[in-house]
Design a protein around this ligand. Structure first.
Ligand code: GRF
Length: 206
């Protein structure tokens, strides 16, 4: 069996810049990495990250509710695309759209997301300004399995980023993004190699 044949097939979902997507693609280009990136899906035609994916020769698809109507129909179109790529794992990387309960259940244990806070703190948007306002000692980022509840689901890993005197939203965001770029390739490798699984984490927490 070729090395490529044993690797998990990963689709990445983006809505914008795609810097985390870029890190995942670069990691998956390494021969020993346990996953390959088979496609990138965006809900935005102008998502900047699409350019990099295309340059890397990775298939891209724009799937938005504009064309497909409701959330469930859109998510069904996404599932069809994933099935045509034989995707095993989905990485949400700045994908600014909530997935339906049906989609989350269908792909349960196979969807992971990166969030710029130490979950369960600061779910949702504007995490950096909220962390500064709350005067927390530590902020950071989390990769977790996705369930139907937003920014919920068992954690795969976190990196702590301590706040510094005089931090602004921008300075903090910059440091957290560096941490994200280290965390996400590691977390995907854990899931792709079977070191960490949804079933085991949920079983252990019962
Ligand atoms: C990241 O901070 C990620 O944690 C959040 O959205 C941002 C996306 O950035 N979900 P990029 O598109 O990966 O550069």
């Amino acid at each position: 069996m070729s090395k490529k044949a044993g690797k998990k097939r990963v689709a990445i979902f983006i809505s914008g810049r795609g810097s985390n997507m870029e890190k995942l693609i670069r990691s998956a280009n390494e021969p020993e990495y346990p996953a390959i990136i088979v496609g990138v899906i965006s809900n935005k035609t102008d998502a900047k990250g699409l350019e990099f994916a295309k340059k890397q020769g990775i298939a891209t698809a724009i799937i938005s509710s504009k064309k497909h109507g409701g959330k469930v129909a859109t998510d069904e179109a996404i599932s069809k695309q994933l099935e045509s790529w034989n995707a095993d794992i989905i990485c949400l990387a700045g994908y600014m759209r909530l997935l339906s309960k049906e989609f989350c259940q269908k792909w349960q244990g196979k969807i992971i997301n990166i969030h710029p806070s130490l979950l369960p703190q600061f779910k949702g948007l504007n995490t950096h300004s909220r962390a500064i306002e709350a005067q927390v000692t530590n902020h950071g980022c989390t990769v977790h399995f996705v369930t139907a509840q937003m920014d919920d689901g068992p954690n795969i890993g976190q990196i702590i980023v301590p706040l510094q005197n005089g931090d602004t939203k921008e300075s903090l965001e910059k440091r957290v993004l560096i941490a994200e770029h280290n965390l996400y390739p590691w977390a995907l490798a854990q899931v792709a190699s079977g070191e960490i699984s949804f079933a085991e984490i949920t079983q252990a927490s019962k």
